[in-house]
Design a protein around this ligand. Structure first.
Ligand code: NAP
Length: 276
């Protein structure tokens, strides 16, 4: 029987996940279909229960449901439990397991650039959901120094207060977003939407030199930050790879097979070219 998957969000029209997963199913000749579901918050729990009752095999969850899904699940894996946010669910015999793919997606993307997990100094721009996942991943290495630079300092402070007791062997610092100085940093990660729409809003960054690796979570274009970093000799990439590795993680949990990364990336890049 055809296995059914999907992504639940509100709005959902912009999501590239249906294209990426249907391309993956086709590449692996799997009998599955992946659909977008626009689910307003008021009916979210009802919809989840309905989809599970109908036999859905798994689904992704995006804004604004990543936290509200948590009480509806039977099991949470470690990263999802720590972050309090879920964006991939495996449904097996009516039981739901929640995962967070931001962590695994970031690790895959950084590994592709040659980054090896290690003690480092990292600057993270942003203090929202994805910045939290970035900080959580990077502080796996004891001795790491993370600087969270955010427009609203109180939000950066909340992130630091959450992380410090969980990572007592790391140093978590907060700073206002502009201007930031990355001298002494090994890694700079943009976890804000800055650069998504246009180039003018690139934050003022000082001290960017070739020893800093730059990863920009924004995936719809090659941002001004990535272009500037490359001009200065840095290894730098935008968020397409993270998106693809996140999709690959969901695929592998659902199908227990290796994800066709190249086919998934081609589908995403084709859609981005078409939309631009
Ligand atoms: N490539 C991928 O796979 C991937 C995965 C996850 C997220 N993302 C991207 O990462 C970005 C952040 O996502 P999120 O889920 O973390 O969002 P979020 O929870 O809403 O957090 C947004 C963060 O960006 C900051 N911000 C928003 N607009 C800003 C502006 N104009 N100037 C300065 N700071 C601004 C916010 O600062 P305040 O706290 O001051 O409001 C906050 O820290 C989005 O562009 C998203 O598409 C990509």
């Amino acid at each position: 029987m055809t296995r059914v998957f999907g992504v639940l969000g509100h709005p959902i029209g912009h999501s590239l996940s249906p294209l990426m997963h249907n391309a993956a199913f086709a590449a692996r000749r799997l009998d599955g279909i992946y659909a977008p579901f626009d689910v307003p918050p008021a009916v979210f729990a009802e919809v989840v229960r309905g989809l599970v009752a109908c036999g859905i095999s798994g689904f992704n969850v995006t804004v604004p449901h990543k936290e509200t899904i948590v009480p509806l699940l039977d099991t949470l894996v470690r990263d999802a439990r720590a972050l309090g946010a879920v964006n991939a669910v495996v449904a097996h015999r009516g039981r739901l397991t929640g995962h967070n793919t931001d962590t695994i997606g970031l690790m895959g993307a950084l590994a592709e650039l040659g980054w090896r997990p290690r003690r480092c100094t990292a600057m993270i721009l942003g203090a929202g959901g994805s910045a939290k996942a970035v900080a959580w991943v990077l502080t796996r290495a004891p001795g790491t120094h993370v600087i969270v630079a955010n427009r609203r300092l109180d939000r950066a402070q909340r992130l630091a207060e959450w992380l410090r007791p969980l990572r007592p062997r790391c140093r978590i610092e907060v700073r206002p977003l502009e201007p930031v100085d990355v001298r002494g940093c090994d890694l700079l990660v943009n976890a804000t939407p800055i650069g998504m729409a246009h180039d003018a809003d690139i934050p003022l960054i000082r001290g960017l030199g070739s020893r800093v690796m730059v990863y920009d979570l924004v995936y719809n274009r090659t941002t001004a930050l990535v272009r500037r970093a490359r001009r200065q000799g840095c290894v730098a990439a935008n968020g397409v790879s993270m998106l693809v590795y996140q999709g690959a993680a969901s695929f592998e949990w659902w199908w227990h097979r290796r994800a066709p990364i190249a086919a998934m990336r081609r589908a995403v890049e084709r859609a981005l070219r078409y939309n631009s």
